[in-house]
Ligand binder design. Structure first.
Ligand code: NDP
Ligand code: GDP
Length: 331
């Protein structure tokens, strides 16, 4: 019989890659979709008809109970969140409701309807925040630096607590930043690769940025969703850091992206205080030895390859926008 998975956040970056990966493994994939006035299917357009859609919202326990009942899943991947750090200062309560407290909603729905489910929680390296050791691993103490980071710490510990209290198979994946052509435009990698494409193709002449010195451990989302699945295939539930073990600055990101189309970032980047944060996470660098050893997980796409792939995809997207607007002018 086919295995069944329920994914929250399936329309997001990770949800779309995970859905593809599970469909390839012959899973029946159920996707939780919240009601929006304009549905957002961009990331899953190509697999939209192969996903079984369930309406619900992470903040609404009744809808999650119904979602678990309807899908009767073997595995639940809880990826839905208010996921943008910078938005968590102007919207701290909403971030707390969705990214923190609603993890308990999802865990409760599983506990009430089908406690044997294997559960994955999308935790984050942002929990390490003002890092107390480098590199960061599973045992590194948390010191979150944003309402988002604080919310993710709650989500992490409530997952551990349900595992220990109710003997549930609940895993927390502490994933470092991971990117792709499907990353939201507000995140720094995508903002840069989209900006580079627009500058190269003449739609924009500058790129306004915040802190260029901050350092991140950036990997490819397509590699990271495999680690989520691997965690749920083990004999015992546990928590794992997933990272590349390499750190690069925002400045290096700019260099790679602009150089790829033959431009110098210094000619276009303008520092704008609007994009600096009330409290910064200066550096993140993960040690994923545990995942390599126990899960046999490995990554395929490195930093330069990732950024160049994103620039190439954004060049295609921006070119399409230009062609469409030229057609409109002719009509
Ligand atoms: P995205 O922002 O791309 O996707 C977020 C998803 O959550 C979207 O599908 C969104 O739906 C959904 N969502 C938001 N609020 C609700 C709600 N109230 N009810 C139901 N669904 C909701 O995030 P990513 O794919 O990048 O990340 C996936 C998870 O991993 C998130 O929890 C994120 O915090 C975490 N994470 C991500 C990292 C990264 O580098 N990408 C690093 C570490 C952790 P809609 O389409 O309707 O907006
Ligand atoms: P985060 O690590 O989850 O906060 O991911 P982001 O991609 O949003 O930000 C990564 C780093 O890039 C942070 O240290 C930001 O301060 C820094 N950064 C510098 N300029 C910008 C910008 O214009 N937008 C964003 N989103 N981040 C920026």
């Amino acid at each position: 019989m086919k295995k069944r998975a329920l994914i929250t956040g399936v329309t997001g970056q990770d949800g779309s890659y995970l859905a593809e990966f599970l469909l390839e493994k012959n899973y029946e994939v159920y996707g939780l979709r919240r009601r929006t006035s304009t549905p957002n299917y961009e990331n899953v357009e190509h697999i939209k008809d192969r996903i079984k859609w369930i309406s619900g919202d992470l903040t609404d326990l009744a809808s999650l109970i119904e979602a678990v009942r309807t899908s009767n899943p073997d595995e639940v991947y809880n990826l839905a969140a208010q996921s943008f750090v910078a938005a968590s200062w102007p919207q701290p309560l909403l971030t707390g409701h969705i990214t923190a407290l609603s993890v308990t909603n999802m865990l409760e729905a599983v506990r009430i309807v089908k406690p044997t489910v294997r559960f994955y929680q999308a935790s984050s390296s942002e929990m390490f925040g003002k890092v107390v050791e480098t590199p960061q691993k599973e045992t590194t103490p948390f010191y979150p630096r944003s309402p988002y980071g604080v919310a993710k710490v709650y989500g992490h510990w409530i997952t551990v607590n349900y595992r220990e209290s109710f003997n549930m198979f609940a895993c927390s994946g502490i994933l470092f930043n991971h990117e792709s052509p499907r990353r939201g435009l507000e995140f720094v990698t995508r903002k840069v690769t989209d900006g580079v494409a627009r500058i190269k193709l003449g739609l924009q002449n500058e790129l306004r940025m915040g802190n260029l010195d901050s350092l991140r451990d950036w990997g490819f989302a397509g590699d990271y969703v495999k680690a989520m699945w691997l965690m749920l295939q083990q004999d015992e539930a546990d928590d794992y850091v997933i990272s590349t073990g390499e750190m690069h600055s925002v400045r290096e990101l700019l260099e790679v992206a602009f150089n790829h189309v033959g431009l110098n970032y210094e000619d276009y980047v303008v520092i704008d205080p609007e994009f600096t944060r009330p409290a910064e996470v200066d550096l993140l660098l993960g040690d994923c030895s545990k995942a390599k050893e126990k899960l046999g997980w490995k990554l395929d796409v490195g930093f330069k390859q990732l950024i160049e792939m994103m620039v190439d995809e954004d060049m295609k997207k921006v070119n399409k926008i230009i062609q469409l607007s030229n057609m409109e002018v002719r009509v």
